[in-house]
Ligand binder design. Structure first.
Ligand SMILES: Nc1ncnc2c1ncn2[C@@H]1O[C@H](COP(=O)(O)OP(=O)(O)OP(=O)(O)O)[C@@H](O)[C@H]1O
Ligand SMILES: [Mg+2]
Length: 259
């Protein structure tokens, strides 16, 4: 059966897209059939990181009645990439059913997908929350800064109280090393644990490295860089750990007709 995960954060610029793209590629490299959807419709940029120039986007599915299969671009390791495009934000904000239509429009690729990875916009907007609650597992990217803590806390609080989500996988990005990442996680877990009924699982840290930073300029994701052994190993560890976190099985609309 297919499973789905979303990469979210409170604060912007903490590395969601970097992590979504490289996790998706790592899972594909390990032999899974992976689909990646860029749901950051206002500021879509996963295609840039992948070096793909999508001719069609999910807008063509919603507005022109095209099939999702016809807007998919195939990336490295057979990764299926679905571009949100930048023209969709108004439709999503104005047309109430469009978010549900969009989630349903992915049903035809369920059979050809082991894991769907969704890159969602920063913050706790209704758009972000709809996609966050439509996946099985929710991954939050955190960095060791007070603003990231505050915004991730707000995201989890909204997800928890307004959308009844309880399980969160935490990745600490831009960490000095793995033990610093773990320390950051524990600090954050202590804060969340005081006020919310949420289970946080530490998926691991990702170091801040020049190779990750330069990947966007080269338009070559770091896990495809033959010299990026440290980064590759870190993404392999993350890709195993995120599946150890509990699933959220809320009653609302979810990807792949799970409800
Ligand atoms: N571990 C890392 N080491 C070095 N640079 C990083 C790392 N993670 C992300 N970056 C850099 O930080 C910047 C922001 O990353 P990215 O675009 O992935 O963040 P984001 O959370 O998706 O942002 P947004 O909220 O705008 O969507 C990029 O320039 C990226 O290359
Ligand atoms: Mg992004």
């Amino acid at each position: 059966m297919s499973n789905s995960l979303a990469i979210a954060s409170g604060k912007g610029g903490v590395g969601k897209t970097t992590i979504a793209v490289n996790l998706a590629l790592t899972l594909a490299q390990m032999g899974s059939k992976v689909s990646l959807m860029d749901a950051d419709f206002g500021l879509a940029n996963a295609h840039i990181m992948l070096g793909i120039n999508p001719k069609k986007t999910i807008r063509d599915v919603l507005k022109k009645g095209m099939l999702v299969e016809d807007v998919i671009e195939t990336g490295p390791h057979g990764l299926k990439f679905i571009s949100g495009g930048n023209g969709l934000i108004d439709i999503l904000n104005i047309e109430k059913n469009s978010k549900y239509q969009l989630i349903r429009s992915l049903n035809p690729i369920e059979k050809s997908t082991d894991t769907l990875v969704v890159d969602i916009p920063a913050g706790a907007s209704e758009n972000s929350m709809t996609f966050a609650s439509a996946v099985d597992r929710l991954v939050i990217v955190l960095v060791s800064e007070p603003t990231s803590f505050m915004d991730a806390y707000t995201f989890i609080k909204t997800a928890n109280l307004d959308y009844n989500l309880h399980n969160f996988s935490i990745i600490v990005n831009m960490a000095d090393n793995e033990s610093a990442a773990k320390e950051t996680f524990i600090k954050f877990q202590n804060i969340v644990g005081k006020f919310l009924d949420a289970n946080l699982t530490f998926a691991g840290g990702m170091p801040r490295t020049k190779k990750i930073q330069n990947a966007i300029i080269k338009k070559l994701p770091v896990v495809l860089n033959k010299e990026a052994e440290l980064e590759k190993v870190s993404f392999q560890r993350l890709s195993k750990n995120i599946f150890k976190a509990g699933e959220n099985k809320n009653n609302g609309i979810r990807f792949f007709s799970k409800s």
